[in-house]
Design a protein around this ligand. Structure first.
Ligand SMILES: Cc1cc2nc3c(=O)[nH]c(=O)nc-3n(C[C@H](O)[C@H](O)[C@H](O)COP(=O)(O)OP(=O)(O)OC[C@H]3O[C@@H](n4cnc5c(N)ncnc54)[C@H](O)[C@@H]3O)c2cc1C
Length: 382
């Protein structure tokens, strides 16, 4: 007889762990997370820059972030684990009239929804972060509720708390199929044998499309490489340096171990599983960094890495059922904001699976949207 669970989550990244933990808090029953790797949180989650912000262009993303920020703030107390949400703030730099007009609209929306954000002049920006070149800057937006967190710490936080509540993490166990009988899910096939269940969550990160394909569903989620560079400590960066996003160039940067972490999305990168470090990509990030922070000229490069975003056509996640199988749920396609949304995803997915009303209306994130409505793009994607 195969081992039997009330639900099996495929993928032990931060999303799988957050869903497992929230289901366990609701005493859902026997919960297993299957993870092909030897370690949890070792794929996209391990490559994450750690940014947490609610300054998005779409209301649903703002709402997801605001719920997440509540949870990040109360995480240590609620979960009984050591974590840090460093609320140094997110600063968006605007260098064209078009950006200013777009952000003015968003700024109103953020305030209406209750996300505290300030509109800054170039002078305010220099006071906040003197290392930035501000000659070409027209304005900026800043929220001190946003900040950075360590994805490893929060993933381990969910894992520790959920293990205490009885969740089983089956490591070095690769899901290879979903077993269906008479149009009903009856199990997950793994390289170690069949696990019986009627409920499955696809939290396979960059592999989410492959998992959905096992039941004939085409989930529009593409893996695309993004690169990051970090520097050795820099004497002009102090503890209050915020997360900075240069909207025009797409550069983002925040303090990291006394130096800076810098990232940028090369939009010409083709979809695929390549995560290798491309030196030209690294150079392009550094050039953009130098333009915004001239003192970087003296920086010593510490390390660089590549990792995979899971990108959907409208840069919004896919949450909920697909179609055909009532027992199959997807939590995928986070398009570069899966870490910051993980706490909200854990909450709403657990509510959905338990048949409760969700804390946030997530219909906008349903798979169905690709069939029924013209896409509404999230435009503040970095
Ligand atoms: C360079 C970079 C920077 C980023 N910066 C940020 C940021 O600043 N803020 C932010 O919010 N997000 C950021 N992200 C995005 C964020 O890292 C992801 O959205 C998030 O980690 C997704 O978590 P996940 O659990 O869905 O995926 P993953 O962490 O990839 O987890 C999926 C897991 O599923 C497992 N798996 C896959 N297939 C199978 C299978 N068949 N059987 C068993 N296990 C399987 C994998 O091994 C993996 O552990 C960044 C991503 C990258 C690459």
């Amino acid at each position: 007889m195969p081992d039997t669970y009330d639900i099996i989550i495929i993928g032990g990244g931060i999303i799988g762990a957050a869903i497992a933990c929230n289901l366990a808090l609701k005493k859902y029953g026997r919960i297993a997370v299957v993870e092909r790797d030897q370690f949890l949180g070792n794929w996209a989650t391990a490559k994450c820059a750690g940014g947490i912000r609610a300054q998005f262009s779409s209301e649903i993303n703002v709402r997801m972030s605001m719920l997440s920020e509540d949870k990040f703030e109360s995480f240590a107390e609620e979960m009984g684990v050591e974590v840090q949400f460093d609320q140094v703030g997110y600063l968006f730099l605007l260098t064209s009239e078009k950006e200013v007009t777009g952000f003015e609209k968003q700024f109103e929306m953020w305030r209406r929804l209750g996300h505290p954000t300030e509109w800054l002049s170039p002078h305010d920006i220099t006071k906040l972060a003197p290392a930035l070149a501000t000659d070409d800057i027209l304005a900026g937006t800043f929220s001190r509720r946003d900040g950075i967190g360590d994805p490893h710490q929060f993933t381990q936080g969910y894992v520790t708390a959920s293990r205490r509540l009885g969740v089983k993490y089956l490591l070095e166990t690769e899901a290879v199929g979903i077993e269906v009988e008479s149009e009903k899910i009856i199990g997950v096939k793994t390289d170690r044998g069949l696990l019986a269940t009627e409920h499955v969550v696809n939290a396979a990160g960059p592999n989410a499309r492959k998992v959905a394909a096992w039941v004939g569903l085409d989930l529009p989620v593409e893996p695309i490489k993004r690169q990051i560079v970090t520097t050795a400590p820099l004497d002009f960066i102090d503890d209050s340096f915020p997360m900075v996003v240069d909207v025009g160039s797409g550069l983002y940067t925040h303090k990291e171990s006394g130096g800076l972490l810098l990232g940028w999305a090369d939009k010409s990168t083709p979809a695929g599983y390549d995560e290798s470090v491309d030196p030209d990509y690294t150079d392009a990030i550094l050039m953009k960094g130098l333009e915004r922070i001239p003192q970087l000229e003296t920086a010593q490069i510490k390390t660089a890495w590549g990792g995979l975003y899971s990108v959907t056509p409208d840069h919004h996640a896919i949450l909920g059922n697909g179609d055909r199988f009532a027992g199959l749920y997807h939590a995928a396609g986070f398009s570069g904001h899966g870490f910051m949304h993980a706490p909200a995803v854990g909450v709403v997915m657990a509510e959905l699976i338990c048949g409760e009303p969700t804390s946030i209306d997530i219909s906008r994130l349903s798979f169905e949207r690709f069939r029924t409505s013209p896409p509404v793009e999230e435009s503040v994607v970095i």
